[in-house]
Structures are given as C-alpha cells and as structure tokens.
Design a protein around this ligand. Structure first.
Ligand code: ZN
Ligand code: ZN
Length: 195
C-alpha cells in the first residue's frame, strides 16, 4: 500500500477510499445512536480490535500504528512527504528539545477540557509535530476519543499526555530518523532556494 497515490492536502478526517482498504472509523451520529460504532462509516467493514487499541499499552504501539494506517487520514500522514520547513525545524531543535516541544504542543492543543477550535487546531504542514498528531490521532479531542478512548470534556491526565507523547515521538523518529540529539545548524529556506 506504500505506493498508493497520495490524495491532495485538503484531506478530511471523514474521507475514505474503501476500495483501496482505506477507511474512516469516526462514527456518525446515527451509528452512535444505534450503538454501532467501530466499523467504517462508509463501507461498514469491521477491522479494528478496539479493546486492544483502547488499552493504550505502550508495549503494543505497533498494533495501534498498524491498525491506524487502515484509516485514510492516518495513512496519509504516515506516508506523505514532510515539508522541508518542518524537517528543518526538527533538525535544528534536535531530539531533546523536540520532545519538550511535543509535550507542550499536546498540552496546549488538546490537553484542556475544551480546547480552542477543537477539530481545527492542528494545521497540516509547517511543523513535523502536526503531521505526527494527525498520524497518531492526537490532533483533536474527537480523534483522541475514537482511537484512545478518552472522553471529551475533561482535561487530559499526565499519564494520558505521556502516552500521546510516546506516540508522537515514535512517529517523529520513524519519519525523520536523521534528527540528532542536540540539534544542528540548518540554513533558512529563502525564496528561490536554499542559500
Ligand atoms: Zn470503508
Ligand atoms: Zn483529529
């Protein structure tokens, strides 16, 4: 599936391409009312072991990542090319500082009981943490509720935040393996090319 044609950047959480085994597991209001959550809202396929996924076991992250990639929006952010500005940002920071930024970004974007502009608070480019948040369903409280079984309307606990940091950091190490511990000098991109 790695070679599939990447959709344009304006991908939405509710998009799916079921014929290519890329679904959307966010339930509709009707599904929720009927107690039929968990399957694809568009084709109805039931692929996810939700009990296992919702354990939020750090040791079982591989399963979570594997099954999340069956959702179109996650798959997209696992495979899309990360923009150069975002890569440079990560390289400049280095692993240690990036990890700190991950924590403060998660706290400020999704940590409170009712985050500002929930559902639209995570941009699609410019910072590698944004890519990671979409890929790991830590972008908004709706995705967090769906994939990590944490209800909306209350603050995230310290251990929940820690868990999400683990997911985001794991994504960043996988997607940008060249980040050094302490960061490095990377030239600023100017219009017309790198100087
Ligand atoms: Zn589907
Ligand atoms: Zn989201």
């Amino acid at each position: 599936m790695d070679d599939f044609d990447l959709p344009p950047l304006n991908i939405k959480c509710t998009d799916s391409d079921c014929e290519n085994d890329l679904h959307c597991f966010l339930s509709t209001k009707k599904m929720a009312k009927e107690g039929k959550t968990g399957s694809c809202r568009n084709c109805g396929v039931d692929l996810v072991d939700w009990d296992r996924t919702h354990m939020n076991e750090v040791n079982d992250v591989d399963y979570k990542f594997h099954i999340m990639k069956k959702e179109m929006i996650r798959h997209h952010f696992w495979h899309v090319t990360i923009d150069q500005k975002a890569i440079n940002y990560a390289k400049r920071k280095g692993r240690i500082k990036l990890t700190e930024s991950v924590k403060s970004r998660l706290k400020s974007s999704v940590g409170s009981a009712s985050p500002y502009r929930d559902g639209q608070q995570t941009p699609f480019k410019g910072n590698p943490i944004y890519y990671a948040q979409h890929a790991t369903a830590t972008c908004c409280r709706r995705c967090i509720e769906e994939w990590h079984d944490i209800p909306k309307g209350r603050e995230l606990t310290e251990s929940e935040l820690e868990y999400m940091c683990t997911l985001v950091n794991k994504y960043l190490s996988e997607r940008i393996p060249s980040i050094t511990e302490g960061g490095e000098k990377v030239p600023v991109i100017r219009r017309g090319g790198v100087n």
